[in-house]
Design a protein around this ligand. Structure first.
Ligand SMILES: Nc1ncnc2c1ncn2[C@@H]1O[C@H](COP(=O)(O)OP(=O)(O)OP(=O)(O)O)[C@@H](O)[C@H]1O
Ligand SMILES: [Mg+2]
Length: 362
């Protein structure tokens, strides 16, 4: 039977020279899941991954892998496979020796090493490349070797630290897709670090958004996007408009706000528990806004002026300026928006306020 939790952290703290890189993190990674640590540079992602791997010891807290306490166990006894950002292959060894290194250290018989290395290279689609040296491989191929080397030991947990950040965009999406397929096929518990939100949203079963050494929110990708727990998460995940607003009252299940000089109602649960009279920010995603004619009764955010169009390939972003100042970005599915809503024209703004949310001003 599978253990429901594969990696568990309890109150883990790690400081460098008095500054908290990881600040009281508790986390449970489920068996077989693909969990991503996502956050801006310096928020503690690599430190947290290195704590799980055992390259660092926490100042406080406990770490468990497969239910066993490993807080003071060295990396090579933790049953983890790790892939680093900069490949970290041994330059003087062939691909075969690089991939087989961990097995050799574990004194696996030579014939079995040969077979497992060949199987791993097949899995990452590098068959027949075993005799090359890392220098004779492209960046993408080197990262496949690093993945094969991490997986060949059949670890309980696969850890990856920004593995695709040095790879160009087209190859990156191909490698993301392959990683996800391999991960699902062998069902390995995976902790993946990135600062790239689209990479996180497309690959992950769950995402832990980090800020200043803490986990701000741990949710499924769609939840993070639709129901962010804080203004940090709302701003970090996906494009979003922010309008200063003030809560002026509550009527039944609705909160009444003033934003951009307009009275607005939204479900009270989405008003972030803001007290009456307090100021905040109203968050609306560009895809939750529709442009309508200025007199249209649906224009619940009033009328503005078209400022610019930004053609984005699959859609057009229309920037609309408010009389009261401030601009909103509206995502329009078709190219016709450029002709239909010319720059300088007056336009009505209709927001799906059921999907908007308010957080206190930071
Ligand atoms: N060995 C170290 N000595 C001192 N400070 C460190 C050390 N490692 C990390 N830090 C500090 O801890 C904080 C978190 O660093 P970490 O490398 O975990 O961030 P990160 O989220 O991985 O960032 P990035 O996206 O840039 O890789 C940073 O402020 C960093 O300067
Ligand atoms: Mg890092």
């Amino acid at each position: 039977m599978k253990e429901p939790v594969s990696v568990s952290l309890e109150g883990v703290v790690k400081a460098f020279a008095g500054a908290h890189a990881v600040n009281d993190v508790s986390l449970e990674v489920r068996t077989g899941e693909f969990l991503t640590l996502l956050g801006p540079s310096g928020c503690g992602k690599t430190t947290l991954l290195n704590l799980i791997a055992g390259f660092l010891e926490p100042d406080r807290g406990e770490i468990f892998i497969g239910g066993e306490p490993v807080t003071h166990v060295p990396p090579y006894l933790r049953s983890i496979g790790m892939v680093f950002q900069n490949y970290a292959l041994f330059p003087h060894m062939s691909v075969t020796d690089n991939v087989g290194f961990g097995l050799k250290m574990r004194k696996v018989p030579a014939a079995e090493i040969r077979q497992r290395v060949a199987d791993s290279l097949d899995m990452v689609r590098l068959p027949g490349m075993g005799d090359r040296s890392p220098r004779q491989l492209s960046g993408g191929q080197q990262q496949r070797v690093a993945l094969a080397r991490a997986l060949v030991i059949n670890p309980k947990v696969l850890l990856l630290d920004e593995p695709f950040s040095a790879i160009d965009k087209n190859l990156r999406s191909e490698m993301q897709f392959e990683l996800k397929q391999i991960q699902k096929r062998i069902g390995i518990t995976t902790v993946f670090v990135t600062h790239d939100q689209s990479e996180a949203l497309s690959l992950s079963d769950r995402i832990a958004v980090m800020s200043h050494g803490k986990i701000e929110q741990l949710s499924e990708p769609a939840q993070l996007y639709r129901n962010p727990a804080s203004s940090f998460v709302a701003s970090f995940i996906g494009d979003i408009n922010r309008l200063p607003c003030k809560v002026v009252g509550r009527e039944g299940a609705e909160a009444v706000l003033v934003a951009g000089g307009l009275g607005i109602r939204l479900p009270a649960a989405r008003a972030g528990g803001l007290a009456q009279g307090s100021g905040g920010l109203l968050f609306i995603r560009p895809d939750d806004l529709v442009l309508v004619s200025p007199g249209d009764a649906r224009a619940n955010l009033g009328v503005g002026t078209v400022d610019t169009h930004v053609y984005q390939g699959t859609h057009v972003d229309v920037y609309v300026r408010f009389k009261e100042g401030g601009a909103l970005r509206v995502r329009h599915g078709g190219f016709e928006a450029i002709e239909q809503f010319p720059v300088g024209s007056a336009i009505g703004l209709c927001a799906n306020l059921d999907k908007a949310f308010v957080f206190p001003m930071e």
